[in-house]
Design a protein around this ligand. Structure first.
Ligand code: SAH
Ligand code: SF4
Length: 358
């Protein structure tokens, strides 16, 4: 289905629908079963704050969106939400927020991580807090953080420049450097891109696939771009491809990432599920193996307003897990509880790193 070292043109051809999708998705599923197995792993998502110093043109949390009511969860509220997920059998949790370098925020996260080490044995903590300093990355890892997600968003510097302000806070090189630092300092590292942005081509997405492969990360989280009213990209830029096209592009990207990166974890993202009601099933059938149920308590969940339609589900965590389990079973897959679901890629990468450094 896919040559061993696919070229940009070969990837762009497949992204344009040049190979029959059923064959592509079946090849990705075979690869998943061979390298990891058919289990679906959970990451309980807690959106701890919607404050952000950045101004990404597509994002509903951007600094200049003055209409948004900003919040920061109290550490005890975060621990309570984590405990609910832990009791339900989740063993990995993602703490996500806008980007803030203030000591209060970083110290608070470190405190939560230390408490988790004592109170939630065996739970792998994942962070997605944006670009921090190397000292803060190190400090958070020493406090108990193990996985970090930092999407490059667009691997092409010129495309990145189109969707971010032109200043030092939004530096493509800086973001790239942060991802490399995470990877090389032993974090289980994830990256990903936005799919279906206005003016983005299949050639750009092919470059993203080659970037992800060359970055040698352990986890991939990619989602379709979803309009966020009140942001410059939704108000001013030309139209994005229609939602159906963005969905299919995301599924093809998922399958190709699966085929090009042995043993990595891939999420069926919330954005995919927002654009397509059966996005979860379709993502899993295209090679994804991770789902991130949202455990953020209700008053905050609405305010973590990255894009429109994101938080429409108002179910309790128990209802969310019950429904996920049903939906996985309906496509012959099984939710895996009591297991943090480490990607084989990470174990292999760490072994290689140890051999290199003696
Ligand atoms: N502030 C951190 C983490 C929170 S934002 C960071 O930026 O890394 C998490 C992700 O939401 C971002 O990586 C971005 O890819 C995604 N996102 C933001 N706005 C979006 C939109 N309009 N559509 C789809 N995804 C979006
Ligand atoms: Fe802030 Fe992340 Fe949104 Fe950019 S994508 S504005 S860094 S929350």
């Amino acid at each position: 289905m896919l040559p061993k070292d696919p070229s940009r043109d070969e990837l762009a051809f497949l992204l344009e629908g040049g190979g029959p999708d059923p064959d592509l998705f079946a090849a990705a599923r075979d690869e998943l079963l061979r390298s990891i197995g058919g289990g679906v792993y959970l990451r309980g998502l807690i959106e701890i704050s919607n404050t952000c110093r950045k101004n990404c043109l597509y994002c509903g949390l951007r600094r200049d969106r003055k209409a948004l009511d900003r919040y920061s969860m109290e550490p005890d509220e975060v621990l309570d939400a984590l405990a609910v997920g832990y009791r339900m059998g989740l063993r990995s949790f993602l703490l996500q927020s806008g980007e803030m370098l203030g000591r209060d925020h970083i110290e608070k996260v470190a405190w939560i991580l230390r408490r988790c080490r004592e109170e939630l044995p065996g739970a792998r903590m994942v962070l997605s807090l944006g670009e921090l300093t190397e000292e803060d990355f190190d400090m958070l890892r020493a406090s108990g953080g193990e996985r970090y997600l930092l999407r490059i968003e667009c691997s092409s510097p010129s495309l990145y420049g189109r969707f971010h302000p032109d200043d030092s806070l939004h530096s493509h090189g800086g973001r790239m450097g942060a991802i490399r630092y995470l990877r090389d300092s032993g974090w289980q590292t994830g990256t990903g891109v936005l799919i279906g942005l206005p003016l983005q081509t299949c050639g750009d997405l092919a470059d993203d696939l080659l970037f992800i492969r060359d970055m040698d990360v352990d986890m991939v989280g990619m989602g379709p771009y979803v309009e966020s009213p009140g942001t410059p990209l939704a108000e001013v830029a030309g139209p994005a491809p229609d939602p159906g096209t963005r969905t299919v592009l995301t599924l093809r990207m998922t399958a190709l990432v699966r085929l090009m990166n042995r043993g990595v974890n891939i999420a069926a993202t919330t954005a995919l599920q927002t654009l397509s009601t059966d996005g979860l099933e379709r993502g899993l059938l295209a090679g994804a193996n991770v789902v991130m149920p949202n455990l953020t308590p209700a008053p905050y969940r609405w305010k973590y307003d990255l894009y429109s339609g994101k938080s429409e589900v108002s179910d309790s965590p128990e209802q969310i897990i019950g429904e996920l389990s049903e939906r996985c079973r309906s496509i012959g897959r099984e939710l895996v509880l009591e297991d943090p679901g480490d990607p084989p890629h990470y174990r292999e990468r760490m072994m290689e790193m140890q051999e290199r450094h003696g």
